[in-house]
Design a protein around this ligand. Structure first.
Ligand SMILES: *[C@@H]1O[C@H](CO)[C@@H](O)[C@H](O)[C@H]1NC(C)=O
Ligand SMILES: *[C@@H]1O[C@H](CO)[C@@H](O)[C@H](O)[C@H]1NC(C)=O
Ligand SMILES: *[C@@H]1O[C@H](CO)[C@@H](O)[C@H](O)[C@H]1NC(C)=O
Ligand SMILES: *[C@@H]1O[C@H](CO)[C@@H](O)[C@H](O)[C@H]1NC(C)=O
Ligand SMILES: *[C@@H]1O[C@H](CO)[C@@H](O)[C@H](O)[C@H]1NC(C)=O
Ligand SMILES: *[C@@H]1O[C@H](CO)[C@@H](O)[C@H](O)[C@H]1NC(C)=O
Ligand SMILES: *[C@@H]1O[C@H](CO)[C@@H](O)[C@H](O)[C@H]1NC(C)=O
Length: 670
């Protein structure tokens, strides 16, 4: 009983028979069940910044003259008087310098730039929008991915402080950025140091400015002479071709962590074991990429080092020509196709990229009956291929299914419950999914035009496309969304819905009752469980009340409740309900015939959308239906809830979840 395996079995048995015993859950097997923090160790090791300055570097009598300018509308970086970075505000109104809030554009934030210590060449440039809530989450990953000995330049454009957490400030302080701890609104800052070495210079001006008073901060310019290092001594073995290639890659680009580490370099070729008794041997994995090569690398590593992650099945579809992406893929010997997607808008271009990728995939792999699609900003759980291997056959046998998805929209920290459990949902969750050749062909025939404004995933979720069909999803998702750059309102969305998501840590989990996911069988099971003495919830408590759904006091009986839902897309009552319980609430997702089924902590919950749902017949006359009477009360919910992760804690799992370390929201909820 004390062994993790026994505990694990018990947890699963609990779902089938007596949920009361779920209370026996212990940290020991939770640890084996969920991903540990920073599981992407090959990518960024946490010690990098503490490592000492490598002695093999010799200082050159010559110097690199570095000039950094930080201001509201412009940021520049020059080396030996040659300007190598010049960022200016794009959509602003410079004439109205008296208005405190010009529109924030995506060029604002904390710039992290890396210079080669010998040539002074720019190796990396990233901007973290640390003025936005939660967007500093990437700070440690980005900084830890830089090789010791490189020259690191940090500078603020416009503002980096507004929502910069204490934790991030402490992190920067520990690195030697002395003004980080009390960096003020729109305070200009420039800083130069050597990774693992010394701080060369820092410049800032502390001004007393009142927020909203229309005052702008003064620009600062930092000029510093940094000793140049003698010809680059590379630690890689030059007598091996691949290692020479690595040395040349690492001499050019930065931000790849252990790929470029001297002490413990990541393998250039992973020897992924074969998937045992694989049913998906001829199913390729297509990675949809653009120009975020360090993201792509992390995503690739997550699939390359697991069973089934063999090079011959992996193919990357790149939108546009990006040399760094090409160099990376050649180094790790992953095949790729580049194409130029087009579209009337960003969303339409992404859609076009998807369309081209899907059609290219099936022509490149003419024998493939299905493909798995993954985006470059997703990490795959260790049993990613095994998950698809165990479920793939459902797509062949059940025409009412049109995809298997590794993502469950509802599966956040306090909802993720059982790694063996599967469900049917009438939506396309995406974010790591498998589709058959036939369905892909059908989609491609009606794919919206690139000349029309649209979002491909919204289109794919429409009734017109799904046409009554469903997807299979796991209770605990198999992908982790880590990408913050390149998305809208990245930090907020990330903190509210993605940061706390656990994924299974085991390389293999035997999925439970896969054959019961077929239409008839699934229906039988759902009806049996719904009719088997659930606890009807008839409460006058508001769904935001902490006792609305008991977390574990139902003696193992599932809770059944009704919310107002008139049509498939009617999510007004769901929105309030979901917001109150910390579930995805931006639209209606993850329902099955108007029924939402999930675990809220240890209580299984069935929410029936009444009267739309096919299960509405279960409503008893004395049971009330949760309604939202005043549509205006919804206005309060028209933003992403940053406080979810603080209201729905689960300490026993938190320490194992990536990115748990999120800043506390500064604004009050309720
Ligand atoms: C369930 O509730 C009991 C008593 O209310 C408590 O002792 C136990 O720790 C709870 N279990 C979980 C997993 O929360
Ligand atoms: C700049 O601001 C002024 C005053 O608010 C406004 O009249 C003008 O149209 C703005 N210009 C642009 C280009 O937005
Ligand atoms: C940042 O913080 C301010 C208040 O400090 C808040 O008004 C603003 O909405 C926050 N922005 C984001 C994107 O979280
Ligand atoms: C470098 O690679 C060569 C050829 O594979 C090998 O013989 C040699 O031992 C390696 N040197 C080191 C220091 O690993
Ligand atoms: C994409 O566009 C670029 C620049 O316009 C061009 O050089 C390249 O050949 C195009 N690639 C393809 C695959 O069409
Ligand atoms: C793959 O699927 C087959 C058939 O369901 C199963 O026997 C095998 O154990 C699976 N292997 C893995 C690693 O999931
Ligand atoms: C169910 O809830 C409604 C509204 O809160 C209440 O009027 C009704 O009496 C309740 N029924 C029972 C049996 O508790």
């Amino acid at each position: 009983m004390a062994t993790p395996y026994a505990g694990f079995m018990l947890l699963c048995a609990a779902v089938l028979t007596s949920p009361a015993s779920a209370a026996l859950k212990q940290a020991s097997f939770l640890e084996s069940q969920f991903l540990r923090p920073r599981s992407d160790v090959d990518v960024g090791s946490s010690e990098v910044l503490q490592k000492s300055y490598p002695i093999l570097y010799k200082e050159d009598p010559n110097i690199l003259h570095v000039t950094v300018m930080s201001s509201v509308h412009q940021l520049t970086l020059s080396v030996n008087h040659e300007k190598i970075v010049d960022v200016r505000t794009i959509a602003e109104n410079i004439t109205t310098n008296t208005v405190d809030f010009t529109p924030w554009d995506t060029s604002s934030g904390l710039y992290i730039m890396v210079l080669h210590p010998t040539s002074g060449r720019l190796m990396m440039k990233r901007v973290l929008m640390t003025q936005e809530f939660g967007s500093a989450l990437e700070l440690p990953t980005v900084l830890q991915s830089v090789t010791p000995g490189r020259i690191l330049v940090m500078a603020v454009k416009n503002d980096a402080s507004l929502n910069l957490s204490k934790k991030s400030r402490d992190f920067l302080t520990a690195m030697g950025v002395s003004s980080a701890i009390d960096l003020q609104f729109r305070q200009s800052l420039a800083w130069v140091g050597t990774v693992g070495g010394r701080v060369w210079a820092e410049a800032t001006i502390q001004e007393r400015r009142v927020k909203g008073s229309g005052q702008w901060s003064s620009p600062v310019t930092l000029e510093v002479d940094v000793p140049r290092l003698m010809n680059d001594v590379s630690c890689f073995n030059y007598s091996q071709n691949k290692e020479r290639e690595r040395a040349s890659f690492c001499n050019k680009y930065e931000g790849y962590g252990q790929l470029c580490s001297c002490e413990n370099p990541a393998p250039l070729q992973y020897r992924a074991p074969l998937l045992e008794n694989s049913q998906i041997e001829d199913v390729p994995l297509i990675i949809i990429a653009s120009n975020r090569p360090s993201y792509l690398y992390r995503s690739l590593v997550s699939v390359l080092r697991q069973a089934g992650g063999t090079l011959n099945r992996i193919h990357v579809m790149v939108d546009g020509h990006h040399q760094e992406v090409v160099d990376l893929l050649q180094l790790v010997q992953v095949s790729y196709t580049m194409h130029n997607a087009t579209g009337v808008s960003r969303a339409a271009r992404i859609s076009d990229h998807y369309r081209l990728s899907l059609s290219t995939a099936f022509s490149l792999f003419p024998k493939a009956p299905k493909v798995i699609l993954l985006e470059e900003d997703l990490l795959a759980a260790q049993d990613f291929f095994s998950f698809f291997n165990q479920t793939a056959w459902l797509l062949d046998e059940d025409p009412s299914l049109w995809c298997i998805s590794a993502w469950n929209d509802l599966s956040s920290l306090h909802i993720a419950h059982d790694t063996r459990l599967l469900r049917r949902v009438e939506t396309l969750p995406g974010l790591g999914w498998m589709v058959t050749r036939e369905v892909a062909h059908e989609l491609l025939l009606k794919w919206p035009s690139r000349y029309k404004e649209h979002d491909w995933d919204l289109w794919a979720r429409s009734q017109e496309v799904m046409n009554g069909r469903e997807c299979v999803v796991p209770d605990v998702g198999r992908t982790f969304h880590f990408g913050l750059s390149g998305t809208h309102s990245p930090g907020l969305l990330h903190v509210a819905f993605f940061a706390g998501r656990p994924v299974p840590a085991l390389p293999y989990t035997e999925l439970q009752n896969v054959h019961r996911l077929k239409m008839e069988e699934y229906e039988e099971d759902v009806i049996r469980r719904l009719e088997d003495d659930p606890l009807y919830l008839n409460t006058s408590l508001h769904p935001c009340h902490p006792d609305f759904i008991p977390r574990n006091t139902t003696g193992g009986r599932p809770v059944l409740l009704f919310i107002d839902m008139r049509t498939f897309i009617d999510y007004i009552a769901w929105k309030v309900f979901a917001r109150c319980l910390g579930l995805w609430d931006l639209d209606t997702r993850a329902s099955h015939r108007g029924l939402y089924n999930f675990f809220f902590y240890d209580t299984e919950v069935f929410v029936i959308g009444y009267p739309f749902s096919d299960y509405s017949y279960l409503k008893l006359p004395w049971v009330n239906v949760m309604e939202v009477k005043y549509i205006s009360s919804l206005e309060k919910f028209n933003y992403v809830a940053p406080s979810h992760r603080f209201r729905f804690r689960r300490p026993e799992v938190e320490k194992m979840v990536q990115f748990w370390d999120v800043p506390k929201p500064r604004f009050d909820f309720r």
